[in-house]
Design a protein. Structure first.
Length: 204
């Protein structure tokens, strides 16, 4: 069997490739995401981060969904999916839902499993679920969400001795800022062209 350090290293490389390609809005990002997530199922289960291992299975499914949505015609016509921006109250609602699921998931894991860091694990997992959906829908603010969740995840992975993955998530915190700036430029171009997204926080 391949040593776990090698499996983790491959997952890290592909995860970095995913993020860089996603910032460029490249369809290839979803291929990297699928394989990286499959490798992380093995790595995280071995580290007893059970919710995040399950989350990696979710990421595999979301990689397929993301590929379908981002490809030309994935929105039901021949156009590509455009970047959108959500209103502030959408974000407030998402955070309320996040905290509800975080405490419910953390309590369940603390009560019935041997999961390490159950509430932190739950926060990262549910936050990542929400943010991944925002990525698939090309919501601009997804990058800002990742700053928070990647920062917390860095601590969790250091705690569990997954130092390569912790380094990856620390790099994520830096890379996502550049991703946000690039997507924001594209969003402003769309807005200035008169193609105002339906979820835009600005009045039509």
């Amino acid at each position: 069997m391949m040593p776990m350090a090698i499996v983790e290293g491959l997952a890290v490389v592909l995860a970095l490739a995913y993020l860089v390609l996603a910032a460029r809005e490249s369809l290839w990002c979803w291929y990297c995401a699928f394989v990286s997530s499959a490798l992380y199922v093995v790595v995280l289960w071995d580290a007893r981060l059970l919710t995040e291992a399950g989350l990696s299975v979710f990421y595999m499914a979301m990689a397929v969904a993301g590929w379908y949505q981002w490809r030309p015609g994935g929105t039901g016509d021949e156009s590509e999916l455009r970047i959108v921006s959500m209103k502030w109250w959408h974000h407030a609602l998402l955070f309320a839902v996040l905290m509800l699921f975080t405490f419910a998931g953390g309590w369940a894991m603390q009560t019935w499993t041997t999961a390490a860091l159950p509430f932190v694990d739950s926060f990262i997992a549910w936050g990542s679920v929400i943010t991944t959906i925002l990525v698939i829908r090309k919501v601009l603010e997804n990058w800002l969400y990742w700053v928070l969740f990647d920062g917390v995840a860095t601590f969790a992975y250091i705690n569990r001795g997954l130092y390569m993955t912790a380094t990856l998530f620390a790099l994520y915190v830096v890379i996502v800022i550049f991703g946000y700036l690039k997507w924001r430029r594209e969003y402003l171009k769309t807005r200035d062209s008169g193609l105002r997204p339906l979820l835009s926080g600005e009045p039509a």
